[in-house]
Design a protein around this ligand. Structure first.
Ligand code: ZN
Length: 109
């Protein structure tokens, strides 16, 4: 968490709470990946909403770096800045989140 939130995203405030999903996607029985499943059965690698008590949900895919952990933390960081970027148009932000994935993998996380 610290490597991404404080070092990578240079945030001083508290990081979001993160819950992990270990569920399969019910609408994609042939997909072996875990998913965050919403109330309509839609599947995601992760979701973040600042209004939730636990703002980020992430599908656990074997390690932090291979899950959408850094990605969802970026959505949270953007949200704190008043930015809503569900279509990932802020390319520098998303490049940084991919770099964070690589850093986590490099740390064995
Ligand atoms: Zn996203």
């Amino acid at each position: 968490m610290e490597a991404v939130w404080y070092d990578g995203y240079t945030r001083a405030s508290a990081p979001p709470g993160v819950s992990w999903s270990f569920s399969a996607c019910p609408s994609k029985p042939d997909d072996p990946r875990t998913a965050v499943v919403d109330q309509d059965g839609m599947c995601y690698s992760g979701r973040t909403y600042l209004g939730w008590a636990c703002p980020s949900e992430v599908a656990w895919r074997g390690s932090f770096g291979r899950s959408a952990f850094a990605h969802e933390l970026m959505h949270y960081a953007q949200g704190l800045d008043g930015v809503h970027d569900p279509d990932h148009k802020r390319l520098d932000d998303w490049k940084l989140s991919i770099e964070m994935d690589a850093r986590l993998i490099g740390l064995g996380l």
